[in-house]
Design a protein around this ligand. Structure first.
Ligand code: CUA
Length: 346
């Protein structure tokens, strides 16, 4: 009686229970935190049929993951509890293989993977089918900004994509230098822009508003600074935007600061890289014809205000590593004149 040992305290069991509770609480808090945040690049709030189909595949996989987690953890807890060492118990038997078990745990994952693979492959094929949309946009990747052409509409812009709501848009994706990746999390999965070929992507934006886009393939020093903005509008607003982009801009009054800016623009290096209808025909940098209709500069890095535009013209590489736009040796007065001129481009 005196040397009878008490059964070992089930530490492992209690630790597992505590971990399970902690994981549950942390998971719950994480979901609440994520919901409270604004997540401009979330894929979990799809706003097009394509993004929703991808999100549905993810939901299905998450359900399988939860089922597997619960089954594995329940088996583990049961085994730890049921087969724990007891006083006076017999030593554990050595086992060398169990054919039934091994066949079972080979077949079960294969079946689960089949349930995941079928909807995944179906969604990939459905999204890959080439669709001619109501709107076609040619999106061209540059280090490190986006060129957007609207063939048939005569619009050429950069870094800010305008789309009409509930209209299917079909993209032709190209690159002039290295591989980039076109990604608008709310609307579609990522697709590469590859030099020398055209890739296709389509979706139908279902909600008006402003959405975030981002290059999703490492493409050099400023890869992380290659944003773009998507403005989804009603058809009327979109038509008005197209008309505004195409409307001619009157040259500035001859005595104005803007006129001086135009002269500097034409004499300087600007014309080598930038296009302004009737003024210059460079294709290396973004089209500046309607620069002042855009809300940001430098591919979404900075607001399009006078201070940022001034800093950018003076020394772009200091603001955006690797920028092809070199430091300009111009006086403050000349930069002010250039900014005044660019402000007339709307
Ligand atoms: Cu372009 Cu990363």
């Amino acid at each position: 009686m005196a040397d009878r040992k008490r059964p070992p305290f089930p530490f492992a069991l209690i630790a597992l229970a505590v971990l399970a509770v902690l994981a549950f609480v942390a998971g719950d808090a994480g979901v609440a935190w994520a919901q409270a945040m604004t997540n401009p690049q979330t894929t979990l709030e799809p706003k097009s049929e394509v993004a929703r189909a991808i999100n549905d595949v993810l939901d299905g996989i998450v359900i399988w993951v939860i089922v597997i987690f619960v089954v594995v953890q329940a088996t583990l807890v049961f085994t730890v509890a049921r087969f724990r060492r007891r006083p006076g118990g017999t030593p554990a038997r050595n086992m060398h293989g169990n054919t039934t078990l091994e066949i079972a745990w080979t077949i079960a994952p294969a079946i689960i993977l089949a349930f995941i693979a079928v909807p995944t492959v179906k969604t990939i094929f459905a999204n890959a089918k080439h669709t001619t949309g109501d709107v076609t946009v040619r999106a061209i990747g540059h280090q490190w900004w986006w060129e957007f052409q609207y063939p048939g509409r005569g619009v050429l812009t950069a870094n800010e994509l305008h789309l009409p709501v509930n209209k299917t848009v079909s993209f032709e994706l190209e690159s002039v230098d290295v591989i980039h990746s076109f990604w608008i999390p709310a609307f579609a999965g990522k697709k590469d822009l590859i030099p020398g070929r055209t890739n296709h992507l389509w979706f139908t934006p279902e909600q008006t508003g402003t959405f975030a886009g981002q290059c999703a393939e490492f493409c050099g020093a400023s890869h992380a600074n290659m944003y773009f903005k998507i403005v989804v509008q009603t058809q009327e607003e979109f038509d008005a935007w197209v008309a505004q982009q195409k409307a001619p801009v009157a040259p500035p009054d001859s005595a104005s600061l803007a006129a001086r800016g135009l002269a500097i623009f034409q004499k300087g290096q600007c014309v080598a890289c930038h296009m302004i209808d009737g003024v210059s025909y460079g294709v290396v940098g973004p089209n500046l014809g309607k620069l002042s209709t855009r809300s940001t500069i430098a591919a979404g890095m900075f607001p399009n205000d006078d201070q940022h535009l001034t800093d950018w013209i003076k020394n772009a590489p200091s603001l955006k590593p690797g920028s092809l736009m070199t430091r300009q040796d111009v006086s403050d007065e000349d930069v002010a004149a250039l900014v005044a001129y660019l402000r007339t481009r709307r």
